[in-house]
Design a binder for this molecule. Structure first.
Ligand SMILES: Cc1cc2nc3c(=O)[nH]c(=O)nc-3n(C[C@H](O)[C@H](O)[C@H](O)COP(=O)(O)O)c2cc1C
Length: 475
């Protein structure tokens, strides 16, 4: 039976020991402690490619999580997203060892000037043959702001103001600096590039000034495939304008409403609903029988550190969660009226208000489905029915969670049509959207390209008309 359309699949990861597993790395079968070895990541990338995953997603942070107990010690002791190496250095190695898998690089817009960032991404897109995506983030860790030379994290409003300016500058570099036929590579004449087809961009924005031109010739996708995960109103408006892959925050139950809102945000910016792919997030614990799956889940839960979970969620929910006793119930916490807006949002979404706080934290830290391959496939099908286009799969132990998925769940999904049997050709934008290698004309980056080309044409027409009287000068 192949009645469904395939979903897109992304393996959610970070160049770290421990991402959202909170202790899976302690198991004897985990290779996570090999994080500093390229071999571990190459094997993982090959496994994902064998399983026809679309993307290996690298999240990134630029500070240890330090809101819990006002200290970074818990995150550092448990290895939760610290140490964290630079994914941009790893991706070319993985791209060299694979041919189809896409790589999502998360980079915060505060991290480096748009000019060097644009060159880095074009280089990665060249080296990978058009398999690079950028996850645009504005950061949520105050420590990251401090490490990047700010007094703390700039306000949410300023971060999104910067993000808008930053993407405008890089779009100009990627889309409007080098014309399609600028590179002639003429060995006879000794001309590599026609200088009349390489242009400055003269970007002057509220935060960034970038004259250009871009340093790199056009890469297979020009602008890399664009991801963004937003939750706030401002964030969703930004994602709807710019991103090609967006994430629903929350679980499957709230997905239909979230998907509607995200597509509406794209339409509000003159894009088509199908221009955006919406992803949900999920972990999977699978066994050949239900009992085996639950036994594995219990084993994994036993390795999970509640302290590590508290350290992560304190940063996500923007408050020090050490002040809530673990045995308080969700109902009591809701009645107390305490908690940040984000904590209260999660409390309201709890499946059972009789749960104690620890149960809520464990549930929120790594939502996952437990069951046989068919049961897991049923859950994935239910996500698809909720309107999503793809799933970001997070591991509880690596590479075990991904290997189990490829070996046990994938065959069922392929049979049902929910996962691709094989890759389609082309860049990751072509594979994921079925359209061309470049952004669609409706995207703001392509409008910027058209505007700059029109400005240049008008300027050159003016030059030309200025020149005409000279040509006819009778003297
Ligand atoms: C799947 C997913 C991945 C994310 N990855 C990162 C990341 O790697 N680095 C980061 O700073 N923020 C990351 N975020 C956080 C978002 O960028 C964003 O800050 C958060 O969702 C809050 O949204 P807002 O900016 O609209 O308030 C991620 C969020 C999601 C849902």
């Amino acid at each position: 039976m192949t009645s469904r359309r395939p979903l897109l699949f992304s393996a959610f990861n970070e160049f770290v020991l421990s991402h959202h597993d909170h202790g899976g790395w302690r198991r004897a079968d985990s290779r996570q402690p090999e994080l500093n070895s390229a071999a571990y990541w190459v094997d993982l990338a090959r496994l994902l490619e064998r399983g026809r995953f679309d993307f290996l997603f690298f999240a990134d942070v630029l500070a240890p999580y330090d809101i819990y107990r006002g200290s970074r010690d818990t995150a550092i002791a448990s290895g939760m997203q610290t140490p964290v190496n630079d994914p941009a250095v790893l991706i070319p190695i993985l791209a060299h060892e694979t041919t189809q898998l896409g790589f999502v690089l998360t980079e915060n817009i505060l991290q480096e000037p748009p000019y060097t960032f644009a060159r880095k991404l074009s280089t990665l897109d060249h080296l990978s043959g058009g398999r690079i995506a950028w996850n645009i983030v504005t950061s949520f860790l105050p420590g990251a702001g401090r490490n990047l030379g700010h007094a703390g994290l700039p306000s949410h409003e300023e971060r999104y103001g910067r993000a808008e300016d930053y993407v405008t500058a890089v779009y100009k570099l990627w889309e409007a600096s080098w014309e399609d036929d600028a590179v002639v590579a003429d060995r006879e004449r000794g001309i590599y590039t026609d200088p009349s087809k390489v242009h400055t961009i003269d970007h002057v924005g509220p935060y960034y000034t970038v004259p250009g031109p871009h340093l790199t010739e056009p890469s297979p996708q020009r602008t890399p495939f664009l991801f963004n995960a937003a939750a706030s109103g401002t964030g969703i408006a930004f994602a709807g304008k710019h991103a090609e892959v967006l994430f629903t925050s929350g679980g499957r139950e709230s997905a239909p409403e979230n998907v509607r809102d995200l597509r509406a945000a794209a339409v509000a910016h003159g894009r088509a609903p199908e221009d955006v792919k919406i992803f949900g997030g999920l972990g999977v614990v699978v066994g050949s029988t239900e009992a085996e799956a639950h036994r594995l889940d219990r084993e994994l839960q036993e390795t999970q550190s509640i302290e590590s979970i508290l350290a992560k969620l304190s940063a996500f929910w923007q408050e020090d969660l050490s002040r809530y006793p673990l045995r308080t119930t969700v109902a009591e916490l809701l009645n107390s009226g305490e908690g940040s807006a984000l904590t209260r949002q999660v409390l309201r979404g709890a499946p059972d208000t009789g749960w104690d706080f620890e149960a809520l934290l464990r549930w929120a830290a790594n939502r996952h489905v437990v069951g046989t391959p068919e049961q897991v496939a049923d859950e994935i099908d239910a996500w698809q029915e909720a309107g999503i286009d793809g799933l970001n799969l997070q591991y509880l132990v690596s590479p075990g969670s991904f290997a189990d998925f490829v070996e046990q769940v994938r065959p069922v999904l392929v049979e049902r049509g929910t996962m691709q049997r094989d890759y389609s050709p082309g860049t990751i934008r072509e594979k994921a959207t079925g359209s061309g290698p470049f952004l669609p004309e409706r995207h703001p980056a392509r409008r910027i390209r058209a505007e700059l080309a029109a400005q240049r044409a008008a300027a050159s027409a003016l030059d030309h008309s200025d020149a005409e009287p000279d040509e006819q000068d009778p003297r």
